[in-house]
Design a protein. Sequence first.
Length: 360
Amino acid sequence: MRVLQLIDTLNAGGAERMAVNLANELQKMYGQSFLCATRSEGILKESIATKVKYLFLQRQKTIDLQAIKLLVGFVRKEKIEIIHAHSTSFFMACLVKLWCWKVKIVWHDHYGNSEFLQHRPKKTLKLASLMFSQIISVNSNLERWAKKELNCSEVKVLPNFIASNIGLKETTLKGEYGIKLVCLANLRPQKNHLFLIQVFESLVKEFPNTSLHLVGKDFNDDTSERIKKLIADLQLEQQVFLYGEKKDVGFILSQANIGVLGSKSEGLPLCVLEYGLAKLPVVSTDVGDIKKVINHEQNGLLVPSEHNELFCEKLVSLIQNENERLRLGNALFATVERNYSFSSIKKDINSIYTKVLHES
């Protein structure tokens, strides 16, 4: 099986992590694996296994003839059978198929605003989907949307999976001794960092030694500026810390006490699986498919989106009860190990690829 994972960047986002994780695992599974970043590299490049054949296109524009030529040449040389295109890279996959028509396209939909699909642009995607052999959706909302809106009859939900961390130790969390809350999320509007900061403002009045640590890519845009302004306006600079994107996620989480997520919209966020792997108790908004991982009060705590007071109450309950933190963290770890490791989806991914290759 010769499968190419195609992704636009190697920044530390959920789609990018999945592309790299799949490339690494398929190398072990099939004996060969391929990965291509089309537009830019990033922090995840260092996570690519040495035996994975890697290509960077340096694409400068939507239709970049030089980049297309380079990828077509790679597909032909390596005898690629399937292009597994993640998120917006589907467009590049379709352009390649015009020259390599025998290649099958599997499109992996990681769309983060799955609670607001009515606003999703679909014209180009709908046309491109005529060339897809299979669509993989990361949650049931995206699956229903694809079946209704796109031109591909084969749609399947496949949950994200988590790969073990490599043990890099670089980042030391700032702040005083006390409870450390951590949020792994790029600074995007749907991740709703403003909500978390507002909740934290209420929390810190009762627990002044508590700190909030925000780990994720800073795009230096309006969202980023609003986050930084709110931290300054609330005079929380000594208790709320921004780190940017980091490679040593496992080490960072080992220093934290509680994992948090305040998103307005989600698929199945990898950060929740990362928290579980680190045995962290979690308080999260109840959006997307998070409830498929977190069973409220069994292995984590769920709160409706934008419910500041309730979110704060749940944090207080964990801060005051170390035994409950340990119980929930261990329970989430067991869930992740059982249902969200590569071994749990290995059979499904192989079945998808096999079926695609045998279609007429």
